[in-house]
Design a protein around this ligand. Structure first.
Ligand code: PHE
Length: 426
């Protein structure tokens, strides 16, 4: 499976799965899986969610993000998600989370934070990585993990991609929310597009001097108090604990865990900003803190939403459950259709990676793909070749799938995998 490397907090399952809840409340998996086409909407029409968004003017064209450049690895499936902007749609659970955090921050820091939720998701590689000090050999730069338009341009993989740009514009206190893109495996908590909110708070010298504390200590204290407050504002009187972490752009760095429904859940990454980010982009001598929250993670925990694909459906049985601004809403399962399992075994090739496999499965099956799971692996000691067997679960939440229909999908998946990943099917 994806190696466990701690870097960008929400590096799905890299790091401690910040935004990708592994330990979620009991999952009623039988209730999931909208059957969505490649646009994320059934029947090729624009879904209510898309039509409602005021953001379409900002969405890039297909030619802009899917190019002949050898580094390009953006698929049509991914392109169809750009510009949907779930976090801008009133009543969408992700928007409700965003607004609840805004409310808390405005109450604690009246008039301090500017808000951005419409920043262009196609960013220079430099902004996504170099400006926030991500080392050149960092795993997150790999095309296995990140969507490249070309070498110099990516779909942002975190909202930290906007830190330096906004600081350079003179913004010292901001909340920046947006869709972020990461190549990943498939299961109930992983989706190649999710949403983050970034916060940056710069303290001028007279401010931290007045605290009588070392600036780093003053930052850390305000950061932790703020985030515990945000967590309690959303989750109620929960127990919180801080865990040391590593991010290239903060030092010290932390993750916040909350005790929820019997488990400690990691809910965000944060830290005191690296001095050079402030010195180079804002003003020397200033100190600051930053955090990054994964909105899906918070929404899944708070609203009991068991599968990340549910955020993308326009099925009224889902959307009507969440009145705008209502933090007390809880997801009620509305259908139970059986899953359909198909196994696929092959000798792996150099082109093979689990993320590549999942990308292909999603390209063919869309949101019918519920999970891709490694169930067997062995290496032939004589030939040194490795065989893997994956089990793909397909499920729709609108209807029962027929075996014939899934057989057909599975054949297309097998063809695509053999052709594109050059594996030898067994
Ligand atoms: N960008 C980090 C991530 O995606 C989160 C983060 C933001 C951590 C700001 C620290 C400070 O995981």
């Amino acid at each position: 499976m994806t190696p466990t490397v701690k870097i960008l907090a929400s590096r799905p399952c890299v790091a401690a799965c910040l935004h990708r809840a592994r330990a979620l409340p009991a999952v009623d998996r039988a209730s999931l899986s909208p059957s969505l086409g490649p646009t994320g909407c059934r029947g090729g029409r624009r879904c209510a969610a898309q039509a409602a968004g005021p953001q379409t003017a900002l969405a890039p064209s297909r030619e802009e993000v899917i190019t002949a450049d050898p580094a390009n690895n953006v698929t049509d499936n991914i392109f169809s998600k750009i510009g949907v902007n779930l976090h801008q749609q009133r009543g969408h659970p992700l928007c409700t989370i965003k607004e609840a955090i805004y409310d808390y921050m405005d109450k604690e820091f009246p008039g301090v934070f500017s808000k951005h939720d419409n920043l262009y998701p196609v960013v220079p590689t430099v902004a996504n990585f170099d400006d926030v000090l991500v080392p050149l050999d960092h795993v997150s730069r790999s095309p296995n993990d990140t969507y490249y338009v070309n070498k110099a341009t990516v779909l942002r993989c975190h909202t930290s991609a906007h830190q330096a740009e906004l600081l350079r514009k003179g913004e010292g206190n901001f909340l920046a929310t947006g869709d972020v893109y990461r190549r990943d495996t498939i299961d109930a908590t992983h989706y190649p597009v999710f949403h983050q909110m970034e916060a940056v708070r710069v303290m001028k010298e007279d401010y931290w001097r007045a605290t009588g504390l070392e600036p780093v200590v003053a930052c850390e204290r305000e950061l932790k108090a703020t985030l515990e407050g945000v967590a309690r504002h959303l989750f109620g009187d929960v127990e919180c604990r801080w865990v040391d972490a590593y991010f290239p752009f903060t030092e010290p760095s932390f993750e916040l865990e909350i005790y929820f429904n019997g488990d400690w859940l990691e809910v965000l990454g944060c830290g005191v900003m690296q001095q050079s980010i402030l010195d180079d982009n804002y003003a020397a001598g200033t100190k600051g803190w930053a955090f990054g929250i994964g909105l899906e993670r918070w929404a899944m925990v708070l609203f009991d939403i068991p599968d990340i694909r549910l955020f993308w459906t326009d099925d009224e049985r889902m959307t009507k459950q969440f009145p705008p601004g209502d933090l007390s809403a809880r997801f009620k399962p509305f259908s139970k259709y059986p899953p359909c399992f198909k196994d696929m075994a092959f000798w792996v090739s150099p082109e093979f990676s689990e993320n590549n496999l999942c990308e292909l499965v999603r390209s063919v099956a869309g949101d019918l793909a519920e999970e891709v799971k490694l169930i067997d692996e062995f290496t032939n000691p004589k030939t040194n070749r490795t065989s893997r067997c994956y089990r793909i679960s397909y499920r729709s939440m609108e209807r029962s799938l027929t075996d014939e229909e899934i057989n057909e999908v599975q054949f297309r998946v097998r063809d695509a995998v053999a052709e594109k990943l050059k594996v030898e099917l067994r």
